[in-house]
Ligand binder design. Structure first.
Ligand code: GAP
Length: 445
């Protein structure tokens, strides 16, 4: 794959044109850093979540799923440390009213507003909490404040023993959850990379103290391997270890899985050793005993937690960026999304070569049959080359064409998006053929 000029601009435009991602409330001028997923985007995002859920929950015996509510008891966020610590130091410009993170300011131009340029117009730094607040019930007063969760993790911690007892798990075991989180980010940006409303895919693994670093290493290896299965090029991924100044208030060890975005190496997912910080704090704030009792060894302890915390929207963006490619076929430039078949929104396009001689009827029948197994798309509009290109741009891995020969011998051509290889396949073998090709897919670096 070549390095592509202005990749982000091209991707944003493709996302809108093809219905992956739209600006939220666009007809009103848009709402900054909020996005809507269109018909192709919603399929892609669902597939990413499905891929994660399969790997983290359904294929394992030691992880259970959960879907906790977004609004939680406000004491949760005191216990978690978010009320006190989930802050960024900020300054305001008294003239133009802009707000900046302190680490964004130019040290050499102290007191000068980076936007309006006024000197000595900046206030002293103040801590700005990133949690969104709202009110529960009709009365807007302090006693009714609730927060929109800034991470899904806390819903898991407060349910640890509900889940453990209901599912008859024993330590070590994990709880996984996919859901929305909200952060009033000061500097959102880079399309869906940093937004104020986003979805997380988090798993919290509860272990015996002393075994935590072993499990930490295990989960680091599992998680980076997951991106390989997702079709992300290995050369674009790396680990970044948090130094003492980067560690979040709850972690003793943390590694980010980073991807090389067009705007630099950035975090995709965090793997954290949260020790017994969270359960200890919830025990203190709730007054409930959150010790684990091991029947076999008669030991009692507060479990340590190894967390894997991925951003769903960020993974979707990464998959799109990593998949975007341009090449030339038969002298014509082509834009293609080399998405792994497992996450591609549409698995196959079905095309009658021409709109006559009974070809549309056969193609329609194939379309209906394949729909029982995959998300497929029927297209009989325009030259066949144009129809292939439309599917290439949507990331569809297979194109199935019904032609004159089909009417003679009940075979169709299957064109592969990446290799452009065309194979004649008997109509009744199409499903296993596509399933096999999907299973053996490997991303070319
Ligand atoms: N429970 C731990 C936790 O939330 P985090 O590193 O703050 O850790 C985890 O967030 C992941 O959530 C990040 O790696 C990123 O993928 C995603 N994420 C965090 N803030 C985000 C934002 N403002 N927009 C999009 N994704 C975000």
């Amino acid at each position: 794959m070549a390095t592509i000029d202005k990749l982000m601009d091209k991707l944003v435009s493709l996302c809108k044109r093809r219905g992956f991602i739209f600006q939220s409330s666009e007809i009103y001028g848009g709402l900054n850093s909020c996005y809507d997923y269109g018909p192709l985007g919603v399929e892609l995002k669902r597939n990413v979540k499905e891929f994660w859920w399969k790997a983290m929950v359904q294929s394992r015996d030691d992880i259970e799923g959960l879907d906790a509510s977004i609004l939680m008891h406000p004491r949760v966020w005191e216990a978690s440390g978010h009320v006190a610590n989930f802050t960024d130091p900020m300054v305001d410009c008294k003239v133009c009213k802009s707000r900046f993170r302190v680490d964004e300011l130019n040290e050499k131009k102290q007191g000068q507003c980076p936007r309006c340029g006024n000197k000595d117009s900046l206030t002293e730094a103040r801590q700005f909490n990133l949690m969104f607040k709202t009110f529960m019930g009709p009365v807007e007063e302090a006693a009714n404040v609730v927060y929109m969760r800034p991470e899904t993790a806390q819903g898991i911690y407060v349910n640890v023993y509900n889940v453990m007892h209901a599912s008859r798990q024993k330590i070590p075991f994990g709880i996984a959850q996919i859901g929305k989180a909200f952060r009033n980010e000061i500097t959102p940006g880079n399309f869906t990379f940093r937004t104020r409303e986003f979805e997380q895919m988090e798993m919290q693994f509860f272990v015996k103290p002393g075994t935590d670093m072993e499990w930490f290493e295990y989960w680091k290896a599992q998680r980076i391997a997951w991106y390989d299965g997702l079709g992300i090029r290995k050369s674009k991924l790396r680990f970044h270890q948090h130094g003492p100044t980067e560690l979040a208030h709850y972690a003793t060890a943390a590694f980010d899985i980073e991807y090389e975005f067009p705007f630099g190496w950035k975090e995709l997912e965090g793997v954290h050793n949260r020790t017994d910080f969270d359960l200890k704090r919830h025990m203190e704030y709730s007054g409930k005993d959150l010790n684990y009792f091991d029947d076999a060894t008669r030991e009692k302890y507060i479990p340590y937690i190894i967390e894997t915390s991925a951003g769903c929207d960020r993974t979707v963006l990464t998959a799109l960026i990593d998949a975007y490619d341009e090449d030339v076929i038969e002298g014509e430039p082509r834009t293609v999304l080399r998405l792994a078949p497992a996450i591609a929104p549409i698995k196959a396009g079905v095309f009658p070569l021409v709109k006559k001689d009974g070809m549309p009827e056969v193609a329609t029948k194939i379309h209906h049959e394949l729909k029982k197994h995959f998300n497929v798309f029927y297209d009989d509009g325009g030259a066949i080359g144009r129809r292939y290109r439309r599917m290439d741009e949507a990331g569809t891995p297979f194109g199935i064409t019904v032609d004159g020969q089909t009417l003679q011998d009940q075979t169709v051509t299957v064109r592969e998006r990446d290799s452009l290889v065309q194979t004649r396949v008997s109509i009744d073998k199409l499903v296993p053929f596509i399933q096999e090709k999907m299973a053996e897919y490997k991303r070319v670096e």
